[in-house]
Design a protein around this ligand. Sequence first.
Ligand SMILES: CC(C)(COP(=O)(O)OP(=O)(O)OC[C@H]1O[C@@H](n2cnc3c(N)ncnc32)[C@H](O)[C@@H]1OP(=O)(O)O)[C@@H](O)C(=O)NCCC(=O)NCCS
Length: 172
Amino acid sequence: MRTSPLVVNTARAGLVLRELVEQDAGALHALLQASKAHLTRLGNFTAIAAADLAAVAAELAAQQPAPLSFAVVEGDAMVGRVDLVAVDPPRYGLGYWLAPWATGRGLATLAVLALLEYARDDLHASDVYAGVTHNNHASAAVLHRTGFDRVADMGSYSRYHRRLAPEGATMS
Ligand SMILES: CC(C)(COP(=O)(O)OP(=O)(O)OC[C@H]1O[C@@H](n2cnc3c(N)ncnc32)[C@H](O)[C@@H]1OP(=O)(O)O)[C@@H](O)C(=O)NCCC(=O)NCCS
């Protein structure tokens, strides 16, 4: 049983990933509400953005054997979220979003790189996959900057893949 939320450092001082726990439900729900138009404008995140507080709390209360969901925290402020999805360990899926006011400064890139390092070193992940709708250029750019390759056209979206480097190597 973990006593306090896990914190994963990024390469930028003051920017960390902090394990999401049930007590974060209010702040996360408020951030989702404030980010709703930004998150849903390309047809993604519609169910997530529509979730009420109870649904957000229930999702965070579901215990995982290891932390997979993290708030992106800048200073004291939650500005987004990154997730690993245990699709078929050691292969994982990846998700990420930022509040609209937190975009344009490289925070998603830094957060994803930190999450990949955590996935490799703590979860012993071998491969990470992500799906991006074709017109989501900002998201595709995050994946290019973090070492993913586009591996398949899935119709409405592209599948991206990154094989993780051996433990000890720097993620860049
Ligand atoms: C996808 C999403 C997280 C990308 O956010 P983002 O801010 O563009 O990505 P980053 O945080 O990595 O920032 C990159 C931008 O900061 C700039 N930047 C500044 N410093 C940087 C640095 N040190 N490293 C990388 N980029 C930097 C880049 O040039 C880029 O600017 P540009 O948009 O003018 O080209 C955001 O658009 C979002 O939340 N979208 C809605 C949810 C979503 O689609 N999620 C993904 C689903 S697959």
